[in-house]
Write a protein that binds this ligand. Structure first.
Ligand SMILES: [Zn+2]
Length: 253
């Protein structure tokens, strides 16, 4: 087995490892989700390249006896500060990373492509980060194989009416018709209205950079981002730490 490996990756997390070292979590289309130790106090390219949301080409050494990786070098993709300079963007990027780390199932290559594209959009464009979180969660659900269906109920197979409000089945983690729901259907929290459904259908196949530009009213954005966070929380089984107690919680949730 080759011990020196080169991979495309994005840094999802970075924490202290002993007094001098760092432990980073990476997502790569080829190596999947993995941790690597960065030994010593780093300067220059490597120090900048291991900050959360950094991406590029990473050179790692596979210490097989210790069953771990050491990060040796990086050729970073230059970011322009759109994530770090805007608090809402930073929290959104943290939520995207946390979801990627906690997702179960799915193809790492698809997830990497989605995350990379979303982080680049967040870094380079002036967009509403809530719309990016909406589309990211929706696409992650699909990558996990839960295939949200906006045209018919997955339980009774009935086609949804044009003006129908969809409900939710928590046992299946799936959208469904009101009759097949196991949540309180009087509770507005799990209702997905026809406008939101049209928006999701319309943006579903668009590239990320285009999808986030599709207009959505303030009230609809707020409702839909709350709905998506609730949806992802139901799938993951517990709340997203990156959205707890942060600015987003006050402005969004
Ligand atoms: Zn049904």
């Amino acid at each position: 087995m080759e011990r020196n490996l080169t991979c495309e990756a994005v840094i999802l997390a970075n924490k202290r490892w002993g007094d001098l070292h760092r432990l980073v979590t990476l997502l790569s289309p080829t190596l999947g989700l993995f941790e690597a130790v960065v030994y010593g106090a780093q300067k220059g390219k490597l120090a900048g390249g291991i900050e959360p949301f950094s991406m590029g080409t990473f050179y790692v050494y596979n210490n097989r006896p210790k069953k771990g990786y050491t990060l040796k070098d990086v050729d970073p993709i230059i970011m322009h500060g759109g994530i770090k300079g805007e608090l809402a963007n930073f929290y959104t990027a943290s939520a995207l990373s946390e979801i990627a780390m906690r997702m179960h199932g799915g193809d790492f290559s698809e997830l990497y492509t989605l995350l990379r594209s979303c982080l680049l959009v967040l870094d380079s464009a002036t967009i509403d980060p809530r719309r990016l979180l909406i589309l990211y969660i929706w696409r992650c659900v699909r990558i996990m194989g839960l295939e949200p269906d906006l045209t018919s109920c997955p339980m009774c197979a009935r086609l949804y009416g044009e003006k129908e409000i969809l409900s939710f089945n928590a046992a299946l983690n799936s959208l469904c018709c009101k009759q097949c729901a196991d949540v309180n259907t009087e509770d507005y929290a799990w209702a997905l209205g026809p406008g939101a459904r049209r928006y999701l259908e319309f943006t579903q196949e668009l590239p990320e950079a285009e999808a986030v530009l599709v207009p959505l009213s303030e009230i609809a954005t707020m409702r839909l981002v709350r709905y998506m966070v609730r949806y992802m929380t139901a799938i993951l089984g517990w709340p997203l730490r990156s959205l707890e107690g942060g600015v987003l919680l006050e402005t969004w949730i």
